[in-house]
Write a protein that binds this ligand. Structure first.
Ligand code: BES
Ligand code: ZN
Ligand code: ZN
Length: 484
């Protein structure tokens, strides 16, 4: 990752070899851009007005200046279909990618952010531009970009640190999710959590199957029965040095590979199911981030790590298991495994008496069908909590759209022979059906469920999100945790 510096001085070129000018939506320049334009004897504004360059999301404009140093100026407009913050983050990201591709080493970003949120968004965009997953490439491309300086007239000391931690959390999540399932299994997730805990002073307890059996977590255990790798429930705790303002529990779905089990997925459906542990990766990234930012809240993280595979010991459609809370579940579809893992995780989390309870999961294919890959689904029994998450998502550029926990649909999860069933086989509002299933394990009045099946994985680069694992949701949750 390139180093980031935020200076509260007004724009100067600072010996950069490339400059990014962020323009307003209407392509007008802010004071910093105008200052550069003066230095270039108006060549920049002339070029901009002559060119076909339009302020559209995703467009950058490269201006070569023959006579002066630095010779390259990249202009990106904060044009957006969504929010101004998203537009700025995207513009900074695209222009940084363009500059980096053309060999820039020392980059300065000229803009005059109106507030600290804008400055943070620009810094995040620039940092996230550098993400590449090259772990398994024989030849790794090295980026030359060494330093990024963002000019902005705001004095907050922690802003650069916050942008760094959030960007790093996003890239950490992507690395975990991009790692293939033949190495990224529950044991590896536990090992990575141990490493993070040792490094950052988090408390950690890793629960093995024998222990989980004693605790009665049969719904979670049943998911991993068909796998040769044992499951793990990973329990992390971050406690602030100062007095804690709130206790937030995060529960993440950590299916390191979802084959569907005996209700086997199709070839296409299974393609990127290594990503089914995104929720757990985000939970780990949030615990790390909370510690790095010294947030004044207690955070519990539960990673429900297991693999969903078919073998002779696997769950069979029709099997009945008893969950930790005593409810019996008919497993009508072994591919609806995420809700089985979360059911016990959520029940256990409540025994720790958190003030807020949030789970995050790549839970239903229908989430992607209904909301696409650019927003997550939010289901909650508490409007204050829902609002907090939605505001955090708006700020981070990871929007969550609320769906109702509509009671009349609860009949879908009724079973003929057990208390409930994990799948109805009915295609009416499957994301809501999944939320209602989880609610069977909730006795807490501040609970939110985040379904990120769509946005966790991108088919193409979009805004600051990389192709493949995107890390969507982790900056939202860190913003949420930062707001107590
Ligand atoms: N992991 C999948 C959901 C998923 C699908 C995530 C596509 C990302 C992309 C989940 O375990 C699953 O298979 N859900 C089923 C539930 C159904 C059987 C009730 C689904 O959505 O089809
Ligand atoms: Zn599944
Ligand atoms: Zn799954």
């Amino acid at each position: 990752m390139a180093t980031l510096r935020i200076t509260d001085e007004s724009f100067s070129d600072l010996g950069a070899d490339a400059i990014i000018v962020l323009a307003n939506k209407d392509l007008s320049l802010t004071d910093s851009g105008k200052k550069l334009d003066q230095q270039l004897k108006k060549a920049l504004s002339r070029a901009l007005s002559k060119d076909q360059f339009q302020a559209l999301p995703g467009r950058t404009f490269l201006f070569y200046n023959e006579t002066q140093n630095p010779s390259r100026v990249f202009v990106a407009a904060s044009a957006t279909f969504t929010t101004r913050l998203s537009g700025l983050r995207e513009a900074a990201c695209l222009a940084t990618r363009a500059a980096s591709k053309r060999g820039a080493k020392k980059l300065v970003i000229a803009f005059d952010p109106e507030n600290e949120d804008e400055l943070q968004a620009i810094a995040e965009g620039a940092l996230l531009a550098g993400y590449q997953y090259q772990e398994f490439k024989s030849e790794q491309k090295k980026t030359q970009l060494k330093s990024i300086t963002v000019c902005g007239n705001h004095k907050s000391k922690n802003l650069g640190q916050k942008a760094k931690v959030l960007s790093e959390a996003s890239m950490f999540t992507r690395d975990l999710v991009n790692e293939p399932a033949n190495t990224m299994n529950p044991l590896r997730l536990a090992q990575l959590a141990e490493e993070a805990a040792a490094l950052l002073g988090l408390e950690i307890e890793v629960f093995r199957p024998e222990k989980l059996l004693n605790m009665g977590m049969n719904a979670f255990l049943s998911v991993g029965k068909g796998s040769t790798v044992p499951c793990r429930m990973i329990h992390l705790t971050y406690k602030p040095a100062e007095e804690s303002r709130a206790h937030i529990a995060l529960v993440g779905k950590g299916i390191t590979f979802d084959s569907g089990g005996l209700s086997l997925k199709t070839e296409k459906g299974m393609e990127h199911m290594k990503s089914d542990m995104t929720g757990a990766a985000i939970v780990l990234a949030c615990l790390r981030g909370a510690a790095q930012l010294h947030l004044p809240v207690t955070v519990t993280g539960l990673m429900m790590a297991t693999e969903n595979m078919p073998n002779a010991s696997a769950n069979r459609p029709g099997d009945v298991v008893e969950a930790m809370n005593g409810k019996t579940i008919e497993i009508t579809n072994t591919d609806a495994e995420g809700r089985l893992a979360l059911a016990d995780g959520l029940w256990f989390a409540q025994s720790l008496s958190p003030d807020y309870l949030v789970d995050i999961a790549t839970l239903t294919g229908a989430q992607m069908v209904s909301l696409g890959r650019m927003m997550g689904a939010l289901l909650s029994n508490n409007e204050d909590l829902a609002g907090r998450i939605q505001r955090a998502g708006e700020k981070s550029g990871e929007p969550f759209w609320q769906l109702p926990l509509y009671e009349p649909y609860r009949y879908f999860i009724k079973s003929d022979i057990a208390d409930i069933r994990n799948s109805s086989g009915n295609q009416e509002a499957p994301t809501i059906q999944a939320g209602l299933f989880l609610s069977e394990f909730i006795q807490h009045d501040r609970w939110a469920h985040l379904d990120i099946a769509g946005p966790s994985w991108q088919d193409r680069e979009y805004n600051v999100f990389s192709r493949n694992a995107s890390g969507f949701g982790v900056r939202c949750l860190l913003e949420f945790l930062s707001d107590f």
